[in-house]
Structure formats: structure tokens, C-alpha cells
Ligand binder design. Structure first.
Ligand SMILES: Nc1nc2c(ncn2[C@@H]2O[C@H](COP(=O)(O)OP(=O)(O)OP(=O)(O)O)[C@@H](O)[C@H]2O)c(=O)[nH]1
Length: 366
């Protein structure tokens, strides 16, 4: 313990939150496997587009060499986002390259619109363009169904005003395939990013209230949960008791056996404390080697029993390094604040230290 009887607030949290190891949204965990999957989908979309654009010229002999040249140029350009996606470090970067490829494919569709003389192709191409560039809206099943149904409208118009020949169906099928595939890639990417950020948020929330070394509450978590527990106990008129525990001569354990051994002793103490309390009781590490336990439904007598078991178990434990601890016990007076209760338990703990250590002292009544 420090001369003031308690480690400075925040010390445990500083130790508990090694910020350098925290994942951040900027360092979105994008695995190489995910990048490979999305790039495979991009390549498939590119292949489908190439089949349409080049196959159209050779198989159906519909376009001029200029159109073929323009299309080959576009296909070559579509390789660029596919290549660059390999270096994507975040989901956002990866999605950006998928969008760029979609944009190039849409440009190709517009070329068709410009050069194609078939009346049917105009609405079909427009429809495909809409599907392709509306990629971001494909993030939910509702939008997907809406988009697909909407795309049937220009198709119906085309069917009504023009003769549907094999070429038209060929274009329609290939464009649709490429669009659905690209949209699917985007959708999966978005789902993955959403899951990753939800996991990250949950992890950060957990770390904000948990002591990294022992897994019990840290001071921030203690303040919130202990306050809520006192309010709940008031509502149900339940007794509440507080234990303040502090390991004896911990500095000398560190000095003689090293910091790692000291950490192991702290972990073991937390484990032994947890073994003696019930599921709904709160256990927190408030400072280096100082713990607090809030026992709901327990008066002074039961609190002393729990404290006694913890003290004995710690003393007789064959853990990393033998040691002892002191406990200050305080039963809450009706309506007493958390701060008041903690002050009394702390004073009792100090008395236990002064009276020779390895002992339990009760707080004076408030
Ligand atoms: N290993 C380890 N040591 C810590 C940690 N946090 C604080 N300490 C050390 O714990 C020691 C606490 O020392 P003191 O407050 O003097 O208390 P003490 O030596 O236990 O003495 P008494 O409480 O009076 O019996 C200091 O040496 C701190 O450096 C931690 O997370 N791990």
C-alpha cells in the first residue's frame, strides 16, 4: 500500500490497458484470406465482362474494330483495381477498389448503349447500369429484392417495344451475372466490416471495465457497477458489505522474486477471492495489489466469514510465492454512499496493516 493507504486512482487501469495492443477501427482486421476471396470475385466479374465485350465482337460480329479496341482498353483498365486490391489494408480500401472496377464496367455498358443499334439494348443497358452503380444499396435483402424487381421494369418496356433476339438475351444474362456477382462481393465485404466493428466495439467496452491482468473489474467498472448494486440493494432493502483487501509486503515480493512473479501473485489472489464469493458479488482490482469486494445480501457476520476464508486460503496457498493479506470489512449503513462505505473499509484496512498484517479488521459504524 501507498502511505495514503490506497494506490492513486487510475494506476490499475493504466497497467490494465496496454493501448499499443488495442485494435482500432483504422487497423480493421482484414485477413489475407478475405482479400483473396474478394479478388477472386473481382476477377470472375472481370472475366464475365470480357466474355461479353470480346465474345460479342467475334461470335456475333456486331461491332466495329473501334468498339473492340475501346472495350479491350477498358478490360485492361479493370485489371488495375484488381491488382491494387491486393495491397488493401482495411475493408474500406478493399471496397473502394471493388467500386472502381464496377465503375469501369458501367462505363463499358455505356459504350454499348452508345454504339448498339438494337432498340432493346438501350433500356436493358440502362437497367444494368443502374444495378451496377447501385452497389452500395445492396447491403440488405430488402434493397436487393427492390433493386431486382425495379430492374424488371425497363426489361418489360423493352419486351413491349422491341423484338427480343438472342443477342439481347446474351447481353442481359452476362451483365446480370456480372452485376449480381459484384454486388454480392460488396455485400459480403460490408457484412464482414460490420461484424468486425461490432466485435471491436464489444471488446473495447469489455476492456474499458475489466482489469487485463486478473479479469476482475477495474476501477472504472467498479464505480459504475458498485453504484448500481447499492441502488438495487436499496430498492430490495438488502444488506450490503464491503471488503477491502491488500496484499502484505507486496513490494518485497516484487523486489525479491521479480515483477512477473508479483503479477502471478496478484492473479492468484484474484482467483482465490473469486472462489469465495457468489456470482452476483462484485470483485474489483482498485490498485496494484488492492482489491475490493461488494457482497450483496451479506451483513457484517457473513462478510467476516468470507474475508476469513479468503485470508486463510491465501496464507495456506501453495501458489507462486507465499504471502499474506489484510482485509477491512464494512457493513453499509442505511442510505450510505459508496464513497462513505469505501472510506470506512479503507480505514479498517489501514488498522489491520498497523496492527501487524495478515488480519481482518472491522470498520467503525458510520
Ligand atoms: N508485480 C506487480 N507489482 C505491482 C503492480 N502494481 C503495483 N505494484 C507494486 O506493488 C507494490 C506496492 O507496494 P506498497 O504500496 O508499498 O505496499 P506493500 O509493499 O504491499 O506494503 P503493505 O501494503 O504496507 O504491506 C509497489 O512496489 C508497486 O510497484 C502490478 O500490477 N504488478
Amino acid at each position: 500500500m501507498t502511505p495514503q493507504g490506497r494506490q492513486a486512482p487510475g494506476d490499475a487501469e493504466d497497467d490494465a490497458l496496454p493501448n499499443s495492443r488495442l485494435p482500432t477501427p483504422d487497423r480493421d482486421p482484414l485477413s489475407p484470406r478475405r482479400v483473396a476471396t474478394i479478388r477472386r470475385l473481382m476477377l470472375t466479374g472481370l472475366g464475365l465482362f470480357a466474355v461479353l465485350a470480346i465474345g460479342d465482337f467475334f461470335i456475333l460480329e456486331r461491332h466495329t474494330r473501334l468498339v473492340l479496341l475501346l472495350r479491350c482498353g477498358l478490360i485492361a483498365m479493370m485489371f488495375l483495381p484488381w491488382l491494387l486490391a491486393r495491397n488493401a489494408r482495411t475493408s474500406g480500401q478493399l471496397a473502394m477498389w471493388v467500386y472502381v472496377q464496377l465503375l469501369l464496367a458501367s462505363t463499358g455498358t455505356s459504350l454499348n448503349l452508345y454504339f448498339d443499334q438494337t432498340r432493346l439494348m438501350a433500356p436493358i443497358n440502362t437497367m444494368m447500369l443502374v444495378i451496377m452503380v447501385s452497389g452500395p444499396a445492396w447491403s440488405s435483402l430488402r434493397y436487393f429484392v427492390g433493386g431486382m424487381l425495379g430492374s424488371l421494369v425497363p426489361l418489360a418496356i423493352a419486351l413491349a417495344i422491341a423484338q427480343v433476339d438472342a443477342v439481347a438475351w446474351y447481353h442481359y444474362t452476362v451483365y446480370l451475372g456480372a452485376s449480381v456477382l459484384s454486388a454480392f462481393a460488396l455485400w459480403r465485404q460490408r457484412m464482414h466490416a460490420a461484424n468486425a466493428s461490432a466485435l471491436l466495439r464489444a471488446e473495447l467496452e469489455r476492456r474499458a471495465v475489466e482489469d487485463a491482468l486478473t479479469g476482475v473489474l477495474n476501477r472504472a467498472g467498479w464505480n459504475t457497477q458498485a453504484t448500481a448494486t447499492l441502488a438495487a440493494a436499496d430498492a430490495k432493502d438488502l444488506p450490503v458489505s464491503l471488503l477491502f483487501l491488500d496484499l502484505d509486503h507486496f513490494k518485497s515480493i516484487n523486489d525479491r522474486h521479480g515483477h512477473a512473479a508479483g503479477d502471478a501473485v496478484i492473479e492468484r489472489a484474484a482467483q482465490l477471492i473469486r472462489n469465495e464469493v457468489r456470482e452476483h458479488d462484485l470483485v474489483a482490482r482498485l490498485g496494484g495489489e488492492e482489491f475490493a469486494v461488494l457482497l450483496t445480501g451479506a451483513g457484517a457476520l457473513r462478510a467476516h466469514e468470507v474475508a476469513g476464508r479468503i485470508r486463510r486460503n491465501f496464507e495456506s496457498d501453495s501458489g507462486p510465492v507465499p504471502g499474506t493479506l489484510c482485509v477491512g470489512v464494512a457493513e453499509r449503513s442505511p442510505g450510505e454512499s459508496l464513497a462513505g462505505l469505501m472510506d470506512r473499509a479503507d480505514a479498517a484496512l489501514l488498522r489491520a496493516k498497523r496492527n501487524g498484517r495478515n488480519r481482518i479488521e472491522s470498520a467503525v459504524a458510520s
